[in-house]
Design a protein around this ligand. Structure first.
Ligand SMILES: [Zn+2]
Ligand SMILES: [Zn+2]
Ligand SMILES: [Zn+2]
Length: 92
């Protein structure tokens, strides 16, 4: 089989791939249409106010918020309130 070259490689033809579900498309327009129809998350994005991470449903955001809530190393000696940042402790 020497001298045979693969001229139409499928991976080259389908070079527009969807980052979210690994589907591939022959044109950028197909890829864009697919993302708008299948992964239309833009309308319902839940964003964390503390670190600007975004989530596609409120349950994931709720679970993520516990990460921030649980980490409060700065505790007030007077009223026992706990804070995630030293600045918040000083100014409360
Ligand atoms: Zn996709
Ligand atoms: Zn966050
Ligand atoms: Zn206090």
């Amino acid at each position: 089989m020497a001298g045979m070259e693969v001229e139409f490689d499928e991976t080259v033809a389908n070079q527009f791939s969807c980052k979210r579900c690994d589907r591939t498309f022959r044109s950028k327009r197909d890829q864009t249409l697919h993302r708008q129809e299948v992964h239309n998350h833009n309308k319902t994005t839940y964003e964390c106010k503390l670190c600007a991470k975004s989530f596609c449903n409120s349950g994931n955001l709720d679970r993520h918020m516990k990460v921030h809530n649980d980490v409060r190393p700065f505790v007030c000696d007077i009223c026992s309130k706990a804070f995630a940042q030293a600045v918040n402790l000083q100014h409360h």
